[in-house]
Design a protein around this ligand. Structure first.
Ligand SMILES: Nc1ncnc2c1ncn2[C@@H]1O[C@H](COP(=O)(O)OP(=O)(O)OP(=O)(O)O)[C@@H](O)[C@H]1O
Ligand SMILES: [Mg+2]
Length: 598
């Protein structure tokens, strides 16, 4: 039975179509091409080892008819020696074939995983908004795996199977065509069973995979949300729901097993029946002395060898079918346009000189649902500005646009008078450091998380950054200090500590433009003071854009932009905006009240 992979499968992963699609195969062959000499070698070895396999029964026939019946001991020993040599040769060729085939399969998988990962990193964030993580993981793991299976146990083995079947048919006809035809009498039954089985198993496999997909997404959701499950005492209810999908999966598997349990013995039964036919008809001819005993034994052995390749061929269909579906999905990913990229004529940008300008910027995540409408403002070099506004008003969106995570729909964002889409993307992003609302930590040590794999940074630089942003004291207190492993995306660190760490990360990179998206979470006053000091340190002599929820953070910035439902409503300094008695004034009043209550 085909090994089922346990990776996540989602609904669109259930599409199955042809087992052979010339367009896909052509493209797949591109990955196979670098290894073509190995593949030909492997096919060659396979054919030789199959030939050795087929020689066995014939040698037995010869030894019975020519040597045993003639009581020729020397001849018999010679045949035994040849038989033994062929066995050893078969072992060597089979080993080489298996090893080379798997070697090629693994290398093709390695190449594909590299290509997919490199491509994933280039894709625009919109793509990740649309595609759940589980589905993308499936692309790199089980889809690639399905292709490997098609190469290693499908493509090459098929030559061996066809060679064996043809070989046996030819040898049988050549040895005794009448007995051969009698043996072939069971073939129509065999083909019918194999065909019915193929059709049924296709449906059942799809069912099994569908059920597994449900279990996987259920598990993924419930494990990530375990704290909510426990907090709201949903264990019992969730267990009941899990049990239901688990039962369906069990049933689908049992149905499949039932068909396999019928198919294999049925094939076996037919092959035994064929042998009985051979003995009955062949035995009769031996009695009438029109057949030798050796041929009878040879036939019985060939009949035994005959069924395996036929059975294997009927299983190949599934392998190719899922390989086609997998390759279709992989190619769809690789064909996804890289919407955000540097133009070939991109301007280099290493130093930002004058100003950043948002000029009539409109933006929508989905078609016409504008999240930003006609946003205009400028930030001079060295200036610090703050963006304030209610939740969902479009603050994070503004900075995502500046970093070109998304491109604007209408209008322009300019740095020193040149549209950011005309700059080299890599250099543009190198100028800015961004501290996001939810700090993302990678698995690795604290120091690695500050450096983010940047080889130029030495320990001194990371430590200095941590000291300046006030992260040093808490890092020192960790059992392993800077070498402490960050587990589970930093779950062992508090929200405030993660913030401080992300400040250190930003400062270590010493960006020309600093972007800070402040977390909304409540933190104690002591940490708040630390964070405030950290922010001040970051902003020193730097062009900065701060999205602040605690208005105390932004009193000192040069200008404040108040945004409401994607439209800029007020721009000015703290005092001017308060005097204006608009949105900023209202936000300020609200917070002031909150603080009094606290
Ligand atoms: N990836 C996305 N896909 C679709 N819509 C999005 C996406 N991100 C944000 N939005 C929508 O865009 C609007 C603005 O979101 P944005 O994240 O810019 O708000 P915000 O001002 O940063 O809010 P907060 O203060 O809560 O961080 C919201 O209505 C939000 O639902
Ligand atoms: Mg936000």
């Amino acid at each position: 039975m085909r090994r089922e992979s346990m990776a996540f499968k989602t609904d669109d992963d259930q599409i199955f179509g042809k087992a052979y699609d010339s367009r896909l195969v052509k493209r797949l062959l591109r990955y196979v091409r670098p290894y073509r000499s190995l593949i030909f070698m492997s096919i060659g070895f396979l054919l030789v080892s199959s030939a050795c396999h087929l020689a066995g029964p014939y040698l037995i026939k010869v030894s019975i008819d020519d040597y045993i019946s003639a009581r020729d001991m020397i001849g018999l020993s010679q045949i035994a020696l040849i038989y033994f040599t062929i066995l050893i040769a078969r072992f060597i060729f089979q080993f080489s074939e298996i090893y080379i085939t798997q070697y090629v399969g693994q290398h093709i998988m390695y190449d594909l995983r590299r290509e997919i990962f490199a491509y994933l990193q280039k894709l625009p964030l919109v793509y990740f908004d649309r595609n759940p993580v589980g589905r993308l993981i499936t692309r790199v793991t089980s889809d690639v795996d399905a292709l490997n299976e098609a190469v290693s146990s499908g493509m090459i083995a098929i030559f061996g199977n066809i060679f064996s079947i043809t070989g046996i048919v030819v040898i049988m006809l050549w040895m005794d065509w009448k007995l051969a035809l009698v043996t072939f009498a069971v073939l129509p039954f065999l083909f019918t069973i194999a065909f019915l089985f193929k059709v049924k198993v296709r449906i059942l496999f799809r069912e099994v995979r569908g059920r597994l997909a449900v279990i996987n997404s259920f598990l993924q959701e419930n494990i990530t949300g375990m704290h909510i499950v426990q907090l709201f005492n949903r264990e019992h209810e969730n267990f009941r729901r899990f049990d239901a999908v688990n039962k369906e999966y069990l049933q689908a598997n049992l149905d499949t097993i039932f068909h396999f349990a019928i198919f294999f013995p049925a094939v076996r039964l037919l092959s035994v029946f064929a042998i009985a036919l051979i003995i009955w008809y062949g035995g009769g001819r031996i009695i009438h002395e029109t057949l030798t005993f050796g041929i009878l034994i040879g036939f019985i052995q060939y009949a035994e060898l005959f069924y395996r390749p036929i059975q294997e061929l009927s299983e190949k269909y599934n392998i190719f079918q899922s390989a086609m579906a997998s390759s279709e999905r992989i190619f769809k990913l690789l064909d996804e346009p890289v919407a955000i990229d540097s133009k070939p004529t991109a301007h280099p940008i290493t130093l930002f000189q004058h100003e950043i300008e948002f000029r009539h910027v409109w933006f929508a995540y989905d078609r016409d649902n504008f999240v930003l409408e006609d946003v205009c403002f400028t930030i001079g070099k060295g200036e610090s500005i703050a963006i304030v506004g209610a939740t969902g008003s479009g603050k994070t969106t503004i900075i995502s646009l500046l970093c070109r995570f998304y491109d604007v729909n209408k209008g322009q964002i300019l740095i020193d008078g040149i549209d950011i889409r005309d700059y080299d993307l890599h250099q543009l992003r190198q100028m800015t450091a961004i501290v996001l609302q939810d700090v993302f930590l990678f698995s690795g040590t604290i120091e690695e998380n500050i450096r983010l794999g940047n080889r130029e940074f030495n320990s001194d630089r990371t430590r200095r950054a941590a000291e300046q942003t006030r992260a040093n004291p808490f890092i020192q207190k960790l059992p392993n200090g800077y070498n402490q492993e960050v587990k589970e995306r930093g779950g062992s660190l508090s929200v405030g500590q993660r913030q401080l760490l992300s400040f250190s990360r930003a400062l270590a990179f010493d960006p020309q433009i600093l972007i800070l998206d402040e977390a909304t979470s409540n933190i104690d006053t002591e940490t708040e003071i630390l964070i405030q000091e950290g922010i001040n340190e970051l902003m020193k002599n730097r062009t900065s854009i701060i999205i602040a929820h605690r208005l105390s953070t932004i009193k000192h910035v040069d200008r404040i932009i108040a945004i409401h439902k994607g439209i800029i409503r007020e721009i000015g300094c703290h005092d001017a905006l308060l005097a204006n008695k608009g949105i900023y004034y209202k936000l300020y009043q609200l917070q002031y009240k909150e603080q009094k209550w606290a």
